[in-house]
Ligand binder design. Sequence first.
Ligand code: ADP
Ligand code: MG
Length: 378
Amino acid sequence: MEINKNVEEDGVIFMSIKDGLSENKENKANDGDVTILAIESSCDETAAAVVRNGREVLSNIISSQIALHTIYGGVVPEIASRKHVEKMNGCIRAALSEADMTLDDIDAVAVTYGPGLVGALLVGVSEAKAISFATGKPLIGVHHIEGHISANFIENKDLEPPFVCLVVSGGHSHLVVVKDYGEYEIIGQTRDDAAGEAFDKVARAIGLGYPGGPKIDKAAKEGNPDAFTFPQAQIPDAEYDFSFSGLKSCVLNYINQAKMQGQELDQKDVAASFQKAVVEVLVSHAIKACKEYGYDKLAIAGGVASNSGLRELMEKECEANKIKFYRPSPVLCTDNAAMIGAAAYYEYQKGVRFGLDMNAVPNLPLGDRERRFHANKN
Ligand code: ADP
Ligand code: MG
C-alpha cells in the first residue's frame, strides 16, 4: 500500500493515498469529462479527493483523527467536529494540488450529507455549499453508504450494475441489490448491532482496545477459530437479516465466566472464534442472495470489508459458486472522499443538483430519494 503519511503536532494523521490513483493523471481533461471535487466528514476522517468520470481518482487525501479518539475508547463527536473545521481547508488544498488543479478545473463539488454525526457532517456540507456558492459550480449531496458501495467502481473498471453488495461498516450492515447506478434494493439488514460495532465492542471487552476491527483481525490470525463455538443468528422469516447482539453477549458472558473462574483469557482464540462466527454469517447470506436473486457479481464495502478473514472466505465461496467477487483495496474500504466522488459522478450524470438549502441528515436512509427535492434548485 502506498501512502504518504505525516503525523501532525496535534496527533492527526495526514495521508495522501496513492493506491488506486489514476495513471494517466498527466492527461488534460477531454471534452465531456466530468471532474468532481469530493468531500467527506461524516465521522472522524476529514477527507477530500478529485475524481474524474467516477472511476479515475486524481487525488485522495485523508486526515485521520483516530489517535485523538483512541484514549476515549470511541469517537467523541465534539472533538471530531472541531478537528474537521481545522483540517478541512488543508485537505481540499492538498487534493487540488495533488491533482494539479484549481477550483476552476472542477465541474462540481460533492459532499456526504448523511448518515453520520450531525456536527461532523455539517462541516463538510457547509464547506461544499460555500465552494459551490463562491464558484457557481453545481453541488451534489451523496449518501455515505452509497459512497462505500461506489468504492468498488474505482479499481474495478469492468464492474457495472446490477450486482449484490454486502455493506458492513461501523454503523451499517446491509445486503443490497445495486439495480442500477444510484438504485438500491435493501434485501437484508441488521436487527441490532452493526458488524463493525460488534467487532469494536468485543475488542474492547477482550482488552484489545479501539478501533477493534483491525485489532481483532490481527489477533485472529494467530488464534484458533474453532476454540469456541459462538452462535450465528438466523432470523426466521427474514433470511437475509443479521443480528450480532446475541453473539456479542455470548462472547461477553464467556469472558466474565472465565474471569470469575480465574481462568486466563486467550485473546487470540476468542478473537479468531468471534471473527469466524461473524464472517460465516456474512458470507453465507451474501452467497445465498446472489443465488436466489440470480446475480453472478458480488461486491463488498465498508470498513469491515477490509477484514482479511471475510475477504478470504468470500473469495473462496464465490469461486465455488461461480460468482465474480469484487472488493476495494482496504484503504478504500474505510472512510474516504474518493468513493464519494465516484458515487457523485453517477448522480451528476442523472442531472441531480442540490440547492444551497442542502442540510446534514444524520439518519439518512439508504436509497432515499430525498435528494430529488433539492434537485435543480441551484
Ligand atoms: P462507518 O462509516 O459506519 O463509521 P467505516 O466504514 O469507517 O464505518 O468502518 C469502520 C468500522 O470498520 C469500525 O467498526 C472498524 O472496527 C471496522 N473495521 C476496520 N477494519 C477492520 C478489519 N480489518 N476487520 C474488521 N473490522 C474492521
Ligand atoms: Mg464509513
